[in-house]
Unconditional design. Structure first.
Length: 645
């Protein structure tokens, strides 16, 4: 069949001749509305919500439209028809030479009646019929402008150009496979501009080869008829029932365009379809986020807007993919070979830097290519490049990567960034000079025992225990004690204990106290240190000794109340080594005396006094911390006590 040349191609030629004639005659030129041209084939996949709509604008200004969006609202406003119309107007389109309806579902032909001010010369579809109001509206709107396609029919746009744009009907109505499924009857249209090819197939269906769903597996048969393309308008909004391996192996697209609506109820795009696309090396661009699988930043980009492809005809020519926040490229097929490697510039760390071991730091670079950088690999070395360890493989070329610096100090650090393009060319660079990885993280230390509340008898052997940790390694530990609280003075128990030591034996000094503390100091190899004190005071009491017949007490002693904490009846015990006056007081933390007993004369001996918590005025003492204090002519002793009321 000879190629079809749209009537507007002839009309454009007549208009040009008329404008020239008017210009020669000195008449004012006519104002002719037309889309903005840039010398390239513009393929604009419109944001149609949960629908499909795309237009091509040829270098010569002719326009073809493939589907036109949905006549019902999915997700947020504005409705799809108003959204599509606003994009057509922004593109300067008020005339469409050719309109192709992939099939008769409302999300593909629902807006054709909603484009005021936009005229359509001819509408093409598979013929046949469908029983919905949307289909009836579509048929009535086109009227005599509606035409039936046949397989193999070719439409030539820019027919007078040395590089025309051809739109070919590769398949329709199931391509000879008997099916009642409307999606399976979709048109499959191939747009060709020199070596640039794109296939647009609506909601065409596919299944794995050999499955029982062969009556709707149209992709396997049609893929070989389409042949290789650069761009694939992903079938059925990224549905799980399309984009199978037979299709992808036959068409080998470089990128896929997914038209889906945020908040759609179908779960588009699906994880299964995306996985199959990614496994075949297809990068995807989405008009909206959808409500299915999450985009993979390595493979997928979401425009939340229309996606425009500016295509050139040359073999190996570079095409652009443009959307808000997106400016990518792809190359056409043909004889040209991309032999130019990417160029990489490393900014950080680039030598002379000092990084902290175990702390996250950014690797920053700039990678560029004559076509496009596809992925980057990042590695580090601790020995000036003799050995390398991977940080990231096939990472997106974002220019920055958050790196967890290893817990290994070094003065010979290097980072290497390697960029890859789609042709397999690589470019690499590494830090211009060595950088330092320094251990700036202090260790941690925890006193375990004594940690507050313990009571030791002077002269006895005890064990002090602790725990330490460090991001690299503990080097040594010092242990000291104080008998007068935090202010000290501090006395070393031991110094520079080896790493891994977590206890030490200690002979309790002969000085009684109720304010004892232990301090543990841990050092790492970089001499960062950590200090921990016991959470509370420990006590040292003098021993009470009995010698010969009868009791002869050789030390003044005040024992911890029993029980402690106490409630009800509490026993207060003390020992006198010789006769003396004595006074036993209970004071609160402010030093106020709340209870006491006077002993005008006591002989040497062991004494016990009971206290039931009553104060002199008959009230029960409030719960809290108290001190028991023994004052004698022989000296003073104090111990802590908690009353529970």
């Amino acid at each position: 069949m000879p190629p079809y040349v749209p009537g507007r191609a002839r009309a454009l030629l007549r208009s040009a001749m008329l404008l020239a004639a008017l210009s020669i005659a000195g008449a004012a030129p006519l104002a002719v509305a037309a889309p903005a041209l840039n010398g390239k084939l513009q393929v604009v996949h419109l944001d149609a919500g949960q629908g499909d709509a795309a237009v091509i604008i040829t270098p010569g200004g002719q326009v073809a439209m493939f589907d036109d969006g949905t006549n019902f609202t999915v997700g947020t406003s504005p409705p799809s028809c108003a959204l599509v119309l606003s994009q057509l107007q922004a593109l300067g389109i008020d005339h469409i030479d050719l309109h192709f309806a992939s099939h008769y579902h409302a999300d593909h032909i629902g807006c054709i009646t909603s484009f005021p001010g936009v005229t359509i010369d001819a509408g093409w579809d598979r013929g046949q019929s469908y029983t919905t109001q949307t289909y009836t509206n579509y048929v009535n709107y086109l009227g005599a402008k509606r035409h039936t396609l046949v397989k193999g029919q070719v439409f030539t746009l820019d027919s007078l150009s040395s590089h025309p744009v051809r739109v070919t009907c590769v398949a329709l109505a199931g391509d000879g496979i008997s099916t009642s499924d409307e999606n399976s009857k979709c048109l499959v249209m191939k747009v060709s501009y020199g070596e640039y090819d794109e296939v647009i197939g609506g909601d065409l269906t596919g299944y794995p080869s050999g499955t029982s769903s062969s009556n709707t597996n149209i992709e396997t048969k049609v893929g070989a008829e389409v042949g290789k393309v650069e761009v694939y308008k992903v079938h059925h909004h990224g549905s799980t029932y399309a984009s199978y391996d037979d299709w992808l192996n036959a068409t080998t697209p470089k990128i896929g365009i997914i038209s889906c609506g945020t908040g759609n109820t179908y779960g588009h795009p699906t994880a299964g379809a995306l996985t199959r696309l990614h496994m075949k090396g297809v990068r995807t661009y989405w008009t909206e986020l959808g409500k299915g699988a999450s985009p993979d930043p390595i493979w997928d980009k979401v425009a939340n807007n229309q996606i425009r492809i500016n295509a050139v005809w040359q073999p190996g020519g570079v095409d652009s993919v443009i959307a808000p926040g997106i400016a990518d490229t792809l190359t056409n097929s043909g004889t040209a070979v991309d032999g130019t490697p990417p160029v990489v510039l490393l900014t950080t760390p680039n030598g002379g830097d000092t990084l902290s071991a175990g702390v996250t730091s950014n690797v920053i670079w700039n990678a560029s290519d004559n076509v496009a950088v596809t992925t980057v690999d990042i590695d580090y070395s601790l020995d000036n490049g003799a050995h390398w360890t991977n940080i990231a493989l096939t990472s997106a070329n974002t220019g920055s990567y958050s790196w967890a610096v290893p817990n290994t100090p070094s003065t010979q650090g290097r980072v290497r960034v390697t960029a890859h393009d789609a042709a397999g060319n690589t470019g690499s660079t590494l830090s211009a000079d060595a950088f330092v990885i320094a251990d700036r993280t202090p260790p941690s230390a925890w006193v375990i025992r004594p940690n507050g509340g313990e009571s030791y008898v002077a002269g006895t052997a005890q064990t002090i225990t602790w725990n330490t940790s460090d991001n690299v390694a503990i080097d040594s530990v010092n242990v000291a004690y104080s008998l007068q609280g935090v202010a000290g003075p501090w006395f070393a128990i031991t110094q520079t204990l080896a790493a891994g030591t977590d206890s030490v034996s200690w002979t309790v000094p002969a000085t009684a106290t109720d304010s004892g503390l232990v301090r543990v100091t841990a050092f790492d190899h970089a001499q960062n240190l950590a200090v921990d004190l016991g959470d509370g005071f420990f006590h040292i009491t003098q021993p009470v000794l009995a010698v010969g017949s009868g009791d002869r007490f050789l030390a003044l002693a005040l024992y911890r109340p029993s029980p402690n904490p106490g409630h009800g009846q509490v026993t207060l015990r003390f020992a006198m080594p010789a006769a003396s006056v004595a006074r036993l007081d209970m004071v609160d933390v402010s030093g106020r005396r709340v209870w006491g007993r006077d002993f005008p004369s006591l002989s040497a001996g062991d004494y016990r006094v009971s206290w039931d918590g009553h104060l002199p005025d008959g009230r029960i003492a409030p719960a809290g911390a108290y001190f028991v204090r023994l004052d004698t002519g022989l000296g003073q002793r104090t111990t802590r006590f908690v009353w529970l009321n």
